[in-house]
Design a protein around this ligand. Structure first.
Ligand code: CP
Length: 328
């Protein structure tokens, strides 16, 4: 995969070599993210950070990553603050905004919208989540986290057992992560959800045709040897009505007692966040906060490294970052 000057729209663009390239560059970004070093390699460059759907982590970490490389960030948040609300097309918006910056990160509630936008853009566009479809940068940071966590326990992604729990129908992070994991060998996917919120058939078929073991269940029982427990939020905003979403709220909860009962003591707990902490949902209880296997905040930290790497690669500066080191 050639990164320089190209869009990053889907995990389908990646193979194992290109994933490894991103991970290598991300690892080299660590001292900059830790504020041990400072670089101005992107001095003068501008990120257009366009978020037409709510976000905390993705939006802020894209901005932070660009700032840490020395660049500036221009933000547009919310559909009502943009001319899209006046009927302007994604194509026209892209033609205009790509004249104002060097790279664009974008989130939008409709599946396929970021690709449609990229058709009008003259600069690289990075998908920050398009409706229920994909979230490629989250999948990369999740996989990066999985690799680090599993290595710590002496394992590897090949042969991994991952239990994915919750809303696997509308949860774009599990769609993108499953596709990336399918590039590895002998992964066991245990997919735990109500039938109506199951993993889309085409993704299950992709996993099975790549030779992976897929177990579909509505129960936590049977996941005890999972290396990773990947919990998701019920994506209430994507249901036809709030009434329907309410039927699933609180269906899959994880707390220390349930974890101890259903998982091995080294199972790593992941969640893309935000976690729904309302009392009737409580999908990932605060009593897990001190559990050393809770990796959710290591995931969010890794998001900065991965997004720094993607900016460096798409703008072609990955090999000269340290040439622009400045005093801390
Ligand atoms: N994981 C994630 O995409 O979080 P935000 O919605 O806060 O960006």
């Amino acid at each position: 995969m050639n990164f320089k000057g190209n869009h990053i729209l889907s995990v389908n663009q990646f193979d194992r070599d290109s994933i490894q390239k991103v991970f290598d560059v991300a690892a080299r970004m660590t001292p900059y993210a830790m504020r041990e070093k400072r670089t101005t390699v992107l001095d003068g460059a501008i990120l257009g950070n366009l978020f037409f759907e709510p976000s905390t982590r993705t939006r802020v970490s894209f901005g932070t990553a660009f700032n840490l490389l020395g660049g500036e960030v221009r933000e547009t948040t919310g559909m009502s603050n943009s001319a899209l609300a006046k009927g302007e097309s994604l194509y026209d918006t892209a033609r205009v905004l790509s004249g104002y910056s060097d790279v664009i990160a974008m989130r939008h509630p409709q599946a396929g919208s970021v690709s449609e936008f990229a058709e009008g853009s003259r600069i690289p566009v990075i998908n920050g989540g398009d409706g229920p479809n994909e979230h490629p940068t989250q999948a990369l940071l999740d996989l990066f986290t999985i690799e680090k966590e599993i290595k710590y326990h002496g394992g590897s992604i090949d042969g991994l057992h991952i239990a994915m729990i919750g809303d696997l129908k509308f949860g774009r992070t599990v769609h993108s992560l499953s596709k990336l994991l399918s590039l590895y060998n002998n992964v066991h996917f245990t997919l735990i959800s109500p039938k109506e919120l199951g993993m889309p058939e085409e993704i299950r078929a992709t996993l099975e045709s790549a030779g992976h073991r897929v177990t579909v269940t509505e129960q936590l029982e049977g996941s005890v040897d999972a290396d990773i427990c990947y919990q998701t939020r019920i994506q209430e905003e994507r249901f036809p009505s709030q009434e329907e979403a309410n039927r699933y709220r609180g269906k899959f909860r994880l707390n220390q007692d349930i974890y101890t009962k259903h998982f091995q003591s080294k199972t790593v707990i992941m969640h893309p966040l935000p976690r729904d902490s309302r009392a009737d949902a409580n999908e990932l209880d605060n009593d897990l906060n001190m559990n050393p296997n809770l990796a959710i905040f290591r995931q969010t930290d890794n998001g900065v490294l991965i997004r720094m790497a993607l900016f460096a690669l798409t703008l072609g500066v990955e090999d000269i970052v340290s040439k622009f080191d400045r005093a801390v």
